[in-house]
Design a protein around this ligand. Structure first.
Ligand code: ARG
Length: 256
């Protein structure tokens, strides 16, 4: 008996920790609370980043107009990118908007909203460095942990080493310090980073793959998905999406 009690005292909290008792808020609960909870990373410019102490970026502002359409306040959680899916499954927030590209693997554990932009993974390297997939043969590449860039790098044959970093700023710094020969990231993140660091001698190269990026939600939260998709469609119609797209990219980044 005592053994059983001791066993349960370990197993029950462990189950809670792993998320076994998690309970996603349904639309009704969200609406009644008046606040929708979103997570982002805050280190992926121009999508979600800090300007001084202010969280901003295309996705941050987009989520804000979406929440407004839904008539809800928005409460942000800033969570490391590689921890977001696990945290979402523990219902620490209602959705994440942090440039998640659609993958079959992710779709096994979370639901994707309709895409809010289309983009691609791009190689960057020092001038004269490996700027194409074939030039990566025998070279090392830096990528952010748990991203589609890490997945794409794993598929490139002949890469000597893949080094993973907590965030893209760290991956870029590693390239800058020549700890890696190349960096793979989002094409807009590469452009923004290179524009801000014109003296780094780093240039953008070949596009490795394209992807559709969406907000992610707990699996099976159908009404929430409908509401988010509807609000996204509305802001795409009323000009607010276009204004943000022009502000951050000077082009239309929607998936046309
Ligand atoms: N688009 C890439 C992916 O889906 C990278 C996303 C990284 N997001 C971030 N907030 N750092 O894996």
């Amino acid at each position: 008996m005592r053994f059983l009690a001791r066993l349960l005292s370990v197993v029950i909290p462990l189950t809670l920790l792993i998320g076994g008792a998690a309970n996603a808020r349904d639309w009704k609960a969200i609406q009644e609370s008046g606040t929708i909870k979103a997570a982002t990373e805050g280190a992926f410019q121009p999508f979600n980043y800090y300007e001084g102490s202010t969280l901003t970026g295309f996705e941050v502002e987009l989520a804000e107009v979406i929440a407004k359409k839904l008539g809800l306040k928005l409460e942000w959680s800033v969570v490391p990118f590689d921890a977001q899916i696990a945290a979402l499954k523990q219902d620490r927030f209602d959705f994440a908007i942090a440039s998640h590209g659609f993958t079959e693997e992710r779709a096994k554990s979370v639901d994707f909203a309709n895409p809010h932009y289309c983009t691609g993974g791009q190689i960057a390297a020092h001038k004269g460095g490996p700027l194409t997939v074939s030039a990566l043969n025998g070279k090392s590449v830096g990528v952010q942990l748990a991203t589609t860039y890490a997945g794409a790098a794993q598929k490139i044959k002949g890469i000597k080493a893949i080094k993973t970093y907590k965030g893209d700023p760290e991956a870029f710094s590693a390239l800058r310090a020549k700890k890696v020969d190349a960096w793979i990231s989002d094409k807009f993140t590469v452009k923004g980073t290179l524009d801000k660091n014109p003296d780094a001698g780093i240039v953008g190269g070949e596009l490795v793959f394209v992807e559709k990026v969406s907000m992610i939600m707990p699996k099976g939260n159908k009404e929430l998905a409908e509401k988010l998709n509807h609000a996204l469609a509305e802001v795409m119609k009323d000009g607010s999406y276009q204004a943000l797209s022009q502000k951050y990219f000077k082009e239309d980044v929607s998936c046309r």
